[in-house]
Design a protein around this ligand. Structure first.
Ligand code: ATP
Ligand code: MG
Length: 324
């Protein structure tokens, strides 16, 4: 049994691929819980195991170990039940180039037992909400990459699934289309209570869209939490001071190093860098101390850690390098 609140409950989920006699442990026994109505961002570098996890949760790939309940049905014992309640937008997309958009949508809807009038209405509404109003009669192959990606998303949502899996939904979209998609995903959740589980390489996307983030690396979940919680795990806020000259920088570093909880300041010519637990509190104190010492800071910056800093701290690698 799952708790009433859980939309996904996975325990020890595992997938090992066999390729040319070698075993690849793509997903190494992960636990995850997703609540009803949550938007969860699944972040990780290329090859981390994101798609493999999604495919298992969507019943498209059999786990080699572990168990899961998805949308109230057991993954292994009731895969039909799972499939009926979920939507899945694959990383690669699912439309064929020769198919006409409207027909593709209608046949997809028919698969879920939706009548034609409802399917057409919903399809056209969804297309319009993703800025694709005029494509009903065109072939999928004639759409631009970004338009086709948005069509994939329309197909994944046509049966109003309670839970939708989106594998890199916004890769290849321009900034405006991405913003549009975020608005749509938030609306899905706010108006229909849809639970959303999405993978992304975009930090700003995970940050602004997700209620909770799971970070996967090498088939293992290495961190989870709200964006704010994850950022707190990185060593505080970065303060950068620019001084008039090197002697001032040396004095400023000495003063700054005495701030509560500060790490050792790093001096680079006229610039001093350090971390403090709370930049907003430390800054006025620091500026007052500098003034008292007769030191004039000509530049001050406070930077909150980003999710990329979190990833770097946890794995020693930058996710930004992996963006495609
Ligand atoms: N069919 C397969 N046969 C063998 N190995 C596979 C297969 N599919 C995936 N893998 C391997 O499993 C690991 C996880 O792949 P997966 O596609 O889940 O990663 P991902 O996190 O989705 O990466 P990306 O960000 O590139 O989409 C990789 O090492 C990959 O090479
Ligand atoms: Mg993938």
């Amino acid at each position: 049994m799952t708790g009433m609140g859980s939309m996904i409950e996975a325990r020890g989920l595992k997938r090992t691929y066999k390729a040319r006699g070698k075993a690849i442990e793509a997903v190494r026994g992960i636990d995850l819980t997703v609540q009803h109505g949550e938007i969860v961002g699944f972040l990780g570098p290329n090859g981390a195991g994101k798609t493999t996890t999604l495919k298992m949760l969507c019943t498209l790939l059999e786990p080699t170990g572990g168990s899961a309940t998805v949308a109230g049905s057991d993954l292994r014992q009731d895969s039909v039940g799972v499939r009926r309640k979920i939507g899945y937008v694959s990383q690669a997309g699912s439309t064929s180039p020769e198919a006409v958009v409207g027909e593709e949508i209608m046949s997809h809807a028919q698969f879920y037992g939706i009548d034609r009038a409802t399917a057409k209405q919903r399809g056209q509404d969804l297309l319009a909400s993703l800025d694709l109003s005029d494509v009903w009669g065109r072939t999928c192959g004639s759409l631009s990459g970004g338009q086709r990606r948005r069509l994939d998303i329309v197909m994944g949502l046509i049966h109003k699934p309670a839970l939708v899996f989106l594998d890199e939904p916004s890769t290849g979209l321009d900034p405006q289309s991405r913003a549009n998609l975020w608005t749509h995903i938030r609306k899905l959740r706010d108006e229909l209570g849809t639970t959303v589980f999405l993978t992304t390489h975009y930090m700003d996307e995970a940050d602004s869209l997700s209620d909770r983030i799971l970070i996967i690396d090498n088939g293992t979940i290495v961190a989870e939490g709200t964006p704010a919680e994850l950022k707190k795990r990185v060593s505080g806020d970065a303060i950068t001071l620019t001084l008039r000259n090197e002697p001032d920088a040396a004095s400023a570093a000495e003063i700054a190093g005495k701030l509560d909880g500060a790490d050792a300041p790093v001096v680079d010519a006229h610039v001093v860098r350090l971390h403090v637990p709370d930049g907003g509190r430390a800054l006025p104190l620091l500026l007052a101390e500098l003034t008292r010492a007769g030191i004039d800071a000509i530049g001050v910056d406070v930077n909150r850690p980003t999710l990329d800093d979190v990833f770097l701290t946890l794995t020693g690698r930058s996710l930004r390098d992996q963006e495609i």
